[in-house]
Design a protein around this ligand. Structure first.
Ligand code: SF4
Length: 310
């Protein structure tokens, strides 16, 4: 797909999950309504705002005209920026309606959201969003540990993360949970793993992804690592934390008349090796892969400066 003449002028930087790499990105909001998490610098350069209906529709109109002259119509749309669900329900419904109007063949619409965004919406509001096409929400849980969530200034405590996930599921919206391996460093090695496993066991998201915490320059988190307040995990400890989460998952019980399963991925560029499968079916194989990797894994704390793309 050629993007050199792509007609949407995005307000950079723009981020999306790896699984939305082929999606049409539509900026509904700019920046992040929270913008305080100590490890995150994605939207620090932006002032949060909600875009107007006019701005959003212009983007869809231009994108439709662009794709009309190609054979590569997008199959998915991803609502940007960091928490598009912070927008009012009326604007989100407008976006969903216009997406269907300009791209009738779109198979899936997704968005990032914070727990606060979800908790601020009523169950009826989430049901209306689902009914009008919102299929999947990516929620940065990062950890199930309440004390670690507070330490990194996340917008929600563990109980709120739990309630937000369950609220999405009650509305029939698929949940993709993101976990940050290594968050909090050595002091949280065990607590992070066990609390995260307990949280995932309760929320049973449809998708689960792990990424490795890489301190980003100029963030408070980076400064804490630099000062030694947070001691980074080694590669081996990261693998051990991953294994501890997977080993302690309890996905028993049936949902909608069938056994629950989670599509698991650790294929973000921050990871040491791409791992994936369906849990619990592939848990054993994934753990074997991790055990194989642990043998040769580096024992030194991860370097402060990560050279790969994020
Ligand atoms: S809520 Fe998400 S996008 Fe916003 S500051 Fe935290 S991690 Fe970054």
């Amino acid at each position: 797909m050629r993007f050199n003449k792509f007609p949407i002028c995005y307000e950079e930087p723009v981020f999306r999950p790896p699984s939305e790499s082929k999606s049409l990105l539509l900026q509904v909001t700019i920046g992040c309504s929270h913008n305080l998490c100590t490890y995150c610098e994605m939207y620090r350069s932006k002032s949060y705002r909600v875009r107007s209906q006019n701005e959003i529709e212009k983007d869809l109109f231009r994108a439709r005209n662009f794709f009309s002259s190609t054979t590569a119509f997008p199959r998915k749309v991803f609502l940007c920026d960091g928490d598009a669900l912070s927008a009012e329900e009326s604007l989100l419904l407008f976006c969903l309606e216009k997406i269907k109007f300009y791209f009738p063949a779109i198979a899936r619409i997704g968005s990032y959201a914070t727990a606060s965004n979800i908790l601020e919406k009523s169950p009826e509001s989430l049901l209306r969003l689902k009914k009008n096409g919102l299929e999947i929400v990516y929620l940065g849980l990062e950890t199930g540990s309440d004390s670690l969530l507070k330490k990194v200034l996340k917008d929600a405590c563990a109980e709120e993360m739990l309630q937000a996930s369950l609220k999405l599921k009650a509305a029939g919206i698929k949940v993709s949970t993101i976990v940050m391996i290594g968050l909090g460093g050595v002091d949280f090695l065990q607590e992070h793993a066990l609390a995260t496993a307990a949280m995932i066991s309760k929320t049973k998201p449809e998708f689960l992804s792990f990424l490795i915490t890489r301190p980003i320059a100029n963030t408070p988190y980076y400064k804490m690592v630099e000062r030694g307040t947070i001691k980074q995990l080694s590669e081996r400890q990261c693998f051990e934390q991953m294994a501890a989460i997977l080993q302690n998952l309890n996905l028993g019980g049936r949902e909608f008349g069938r056994d629950h399963s989670i599509i698991f991925r650790a294929n973000h560029v921050s990871n040491f090796l791409p791992i994936g499968g369906v849990l619990p079916r592939d848990t054993h194989v994934i753990l074997e892969t991790i055990r194989g990797a642990v043998v040769s894994a580096d024992l030194r704390p991860l370097p402060l400066n990560f050279s790969g793309p994020m």
